[in-house]
Each structure stands twice: as C-alpha cells, then as structure tokens.
Unconditional design. Structure first.
Length: 149
C-alpha cells in the first residue's frame, strides 16, 4: 500500500511539473504594451512612448494571437486603429507568427520569425530574426509587454 501512495505522489509531481513548464514557456494570456522601439543598426528610428503614442493589448491562446490598439506617430495628430491576429508556433524562445488578418493589408499572409522571452510578468519579442534566431540588425523591432492581471 505504501508503494502505491509513493507512486501516486510521484505521478502527481510529474503532472504538475509538466504543467508549470508549459505555462512558463508560453505567453498564454493578455498583455499590455509598455515599451517598443524600432532600430536600424545601432540607431533608434522610432520609440513608444515617444515618437509613437497610444496603447496596445496582445492576447495569446494555445495556438492563436490577437492584438488591438491605437497609435499616433509624430508629427501626426490623429490616432489610427491597429489590429491583427493569426496563429503562432513557439519552440524554446523561437517564435513564429502567421498573420491571418492585419490593419496593414501587406502584412496579411506573411510569416514573421521572432525571439520571444517570458520572464514572470514581462514578455519581450524581438523581430525579425533569421532561421538561426539571429536578429536582422538592418531594421528590427523590440516590444515589451506586461501581463494584465
């Protein structure tokens, strides 16, 4: 009987540790954009907040993502709606978005390769990256999100 109890406890530990690894590696939930910048080499091209103002929320499920917001790019005085969504794949920190719909129609049906890091309540995505996961430094973006509680 004691062996059965030990086996049962061991199985529960395996199940719970597996669930924690899954949640640790995936961005499932809702996230608020708090910082972003566009880089060209070592130069900052645009920054949020700063030359870009507004707000954005991004939501992930197990296979899909969606974002919605509004932005104003200086010197523009009008806010423009932003939205998009599709499916994603995540292996380790290599993240790939398949855009199904987007406010910029040229982005639709495109695949974007990124690096995605989730640490506690902070998520950082950097893109584009090449097939090896190296940042394409000629023109790239870094976006930082905080989990919405």
């Amino acid at each position: 009987m004691k062996a059965v109890n030990v086996f049962f406890v061991f199985m529960l530990l395996l199940i719970f540790s597996g669930c924690n690894l899954y949640k640790k590696n995936y961005p499932i939930g809702a996230w608020q954009l708090v910082y972003a910048k566009q880089m060209a080499g070592d130069s900052v091209v645009a920054q949020f907040p700063g030359t870009i103002n507004g707000s954005q929320i991004k939501i992930w499920s197990e296979k899909n993502f969606f974002f919605v917001g509004k932005k104003k790019v200086a010197p523009d005085t009008v806010f423009h709606d932003t939205y998009g969504g599709g499916t994603y794949k995540l292996v380790d920190n290599k993240y790939q978005e398949n855009i199904e719909y987007h406010f910029n129609k040229l982005a639709e049906h495109q695949i974007f390769n990124m690096i995605l890091e989730v640490k506690n309540d902070t998520l950082i995505q950097t893109w584009p990256v090449d097939q090896h996961g190296d940042i394409v430094r000629a023109n790239y973006y870094i976006e930082k999100y905080i989990r919405i509680k």
